[in-house]
Write a protein that binds this ligand. Structure first.
Ligand SMILES: *Cc1c(COP(=O)(O)O)cnc(C)c1O
Length: 423
């Protein structure tokens, strides 16, 4: 019996029936067949505490007893207020204001609108385009598609429908690059800014780790160099930390590796520990205060129905407490140590003819192959080993939940290596 559910990114002709999930505990979810699978992706990188975490479940239940939802237009509530204070406390010093929305894409739409309106209010309405990077992924809504990699991104067929922005080359300098290597990347960024800064409102970047556009990793020096260029050319710097936020790169935020504060920062995926969809767009005083004024144009005209949802804010607060009390940054360092030793350090894997690169950053491990066909059996082989892996393009990766145990991390790594054991 076929289902009316239309699945994301699916080829309808070749798709196989989706396994039916009935529950989950820790790093595993369970299928109706009784099969248990170790989730190597923590459900598109958001279920950082794994499934069925008792404290997160209880936080939602308790909030549901008093208030499930209320509009944030003209009203407020404790959960929205407390979460905003916590986000200001833990994000880079300088981010002082929090605008809620319901998903990462919408959080980015908010950031882009904010940047354009900021310049408009400063008397620079011609600064209305974005500068993005090749290999970027910022979401699937129209505004976000327009700032995803226009060639390799999944949205090229929509080119005629989308507004035109500027793109700089993706950084090539690795995490531990020398100053010279980073300078070449920064020169390429400078050239685009020199040519077009008069119409650029903001530079958008996924700091350190470009995620869905190809798991490209770069240096903290590139991030701090980009900050300096933005200041020089009066361009706002927007960090899309939807994927990198909440520990994925080994620090609480990728910005922390570089000691850089962006003008605007977007958080989602890990924000609620994955238990409810929500996002936050944070801004500095400089951005926020530009909206204080007398004209109608000074109001920020945006307001998703579910912004500041009390259940989402409450579970996000509990997620942050568990993150700190259970020392997740130590767990992430532990997961990284295993990934470095047993994935990136595996010489046989690295030298396999199908493998182009193996790299890690924080709780992220990636095998990049030369040709996507090398990964065609990877998911099935992983499932035989009790692991849920979902590769895309030329990338086979893991972004496990932070509660993943050492033996489970090794089980994931073994499953990732399985396609490369023969030949
Ligand atoms: C997932 C993702 C988004 C989009 O978030 P959604 O909640 O899926 O809309 C935006 N930016 C980055 C970096 C992401 O990884």
């Amino acid at each position: 019996m076929s289902s009316p559910v239309w699945h994301p990114y699916a080829h309808l002709k070749t798709q196989t029936p989706a396994p039916r999930v009935v529950g989950g505990q820790g790093a595993h979810f369970q299928l109706d067949s009784g099969e248990r699978l170790l989730d190597a992706t923590c459900s598109w990188w958001c279920m950082i505490h794994g499934y069925g975490h008792p404290r997160l479940v209880r936080a939602i239940q308790q909030q549901a007893d008093s208030l499930c939802h209320v509009m944030l237009g003209g009203l407020t509530h404790d959960a929205a207020d407390q979460l905003a204070r916590e986000l200001v406390r833990i994000t880079p010093a300088g981010l002082e204001h929090v605008f809620y929305s319901d998903s990462g894409s919408v959080g980015m739409e908010v950031a882009m609108k904010m940047a354009v309106q900021y310049h408009h209010l400063q008397g620079r309405p011609e600064k209305h385009r974005m500068l993005s990077l090749m290999k970027a992924y910022h979401g699937d809504t129209a505004g976000c598609m327009a700032v995803c990699d226009p060639e390799e991104g999944m949205h090229s067929l929509f080119a005629g429908y989308l507004p035109q922005h500027h793109f700089a080359p993706a950084p090539t300098a690795p995490y531990d690059a020398t100053l010279e290597e980073v300078d070449a990347d920064l020169m390429a960024l400078r050239r685009v800014l020199e040519a077009h800064h008069h119409e650029i409102a903001a530079l958008l970047m996924e700091p350190l780790l470009q995620a869905a556009g190809g798991l490209n990793m770069t240096s903290p020096r590139y991030v701090s160099g980009a900050r300096a260029l933005c200041d020089e050319f009066d361009v706002l710097l927007v960090f899309d930390e939807v994927a990198t936020g909440f520990g994925r790169t080994g620090r609480l935020f990728a910005a922390d590796h570089a000691g850089v504060c962006p003008d605007i920062m977007v958080l989602s995926k890990g924000l609620t520990g994955g238990y409810l969809g929500h996002a936050a767009t944070l801004a500095t005083d400089r951005v926020h205060d530009a909206f204080i004024g007398d004209s109608d144009l000074h109001a920020f005209m945006h307001g998703p129905t579910f912004m500041g949802n009390p259940l989402a804010c409450r579970v996000a607060l509990e997620s942050l407490r568990v993150f700190e009390e259970d020392n997740y940054l130590d767990r992430i360092a532990r997961l990284n140590a295993i990934l470095v030793e047993e994935l990136a350090g595996d010489e046989a894997l690295r030298s396999h003819p199908a493998v182009a690169d193996v790299r890690t950053l924080g709780a992220t491990g990636v095998i990049e192959v030369h040709d996507a066909s090398a990964l065609k059996d990877a998911a099935a082989m992983a499932r035989q080993r009790g692991v849920w892996l979902r590769s895309f393009g030329r990338w086979l990766y893991t972004m496990p939940a932070y509660i993943t145990r050492d033996d489970e991390m090794r089980q994931i790594i073994d499953a990732m290596k399985a396609p490369f054991l023969t030949r």
